[in-house]
Ligand binder design. Sequence first.
Ligand SMILES: [Zn+2]
Length: 428
Amino acid sequence: MKKVLVLLLAVFFCGINSAQNFDNYFENKTLRIDYLHSGDHVSESIEVKAYHAGGVWSGTRAYLIEPKRYGDILFQVFDAASDKLIYSRSYSTLFCEYRATERALTEVGHFEECVNMPMPKAAVKYTFTMYDRRNVGKLLYTGSYDPAKESPKPFVKECEVMNLHIGGKPENCIDILFLPDGYAKEDAKKLEKDMKRFASYVMNCTPYKENKKYVNLRAIKGYSEESGITDPNGGVFKKTLLGSSYNVIDVDRYLMCLNVWKMYEVADDAPVDIIVLICNSDKYGGGGIYNFYGTVCNGVPQADYVIVHEMGHLIGGLADEYYTSEVSVMDYYPTDVEPVEPNVTTLVDFDSKWKSMLDPNTPVPTPATADHKGILGVYEGGGYVAKGVYRPWLDCTMKIIAYNNFCPVCTKILVDAIGYYANKELGK
Ligand SMILES: [Zn+2]
């Protein structure tokens, strides 16, 4: 088993670049691109709105070319002089989910999006390529940025930063940042207490606790005009710092933020790789979008589970392993295509998933019987689909409301993700 794991890690890390490449092409500063992503079920477009620059570059330096694409959008940066690919990362956004909803059949949606990259030393060309659920990529936008000619808006320090857990320097750690929403000035004590509480949920969960020297956790102290979170189905509308709301894309418990440019602006007060919104609300809800941001609410008993589950989507690109749920997306995982999410398979290309981690005596598919509890297998049902999509474990944190219960596959993916930001091969 150990040999197999080492082999898998070697495959993941084959995309390694030397830190030298970073110094050749980039400086220790972040460039942020704000853009508008518009479209419907069949068409879409991108319009770049602003450049911002400042802070440090807290992202990866060793894996400038992302080893594996887990997101629907592939962002690539090329040195303009040589046309060499010098940086890439993938991520997903709310638009990627919107385009699969029924509403998108008749209505064009407009979504704010941002992408961060290290500041280039010379002129670059960048592209956005969109992948559909059949893994077919389509070049959507080509832009250029020349640091000698552009005048990006500087990062402006707005709020106080709380250090919740510091494992090391930003360039050696995954930098997780909590942003509060719906906390008014009079909720200041609650804000501080909640940030500490959520930090303990993360740091007491595997694999964060075993890798704590590669994790930084900070929070922004930012206040809203009003206390609480917008809930359109409940007739509640609040003026908050980031404008988070329930019932986004017509799913009642889907709590997301539509003011993404503002969110990234508030987040640039601290080194940041991962943004998690802590929302001041008692109603169950949350969401996590790969490499984009996640949300949780502070007032539900399962908050410890919700944050680590949503961070599974956000950091690892993990799929939901459950399959009975209120989800408005249609045909989310076509069963004749291998999904990109690492913890579900349609068995179309199981070799690319956790096949090598299986005990050779485990049947594929694996019967979902009690005697298989705690056994890595291939269980039917996952990714919202009862038939034709399979998951690795009976009761992973990505399937059921259970804190600190990630399956071996999800654990490995999260360890790899921490290593990506820490520029280190972890978990061997
Ligand atoms: Zn899992």
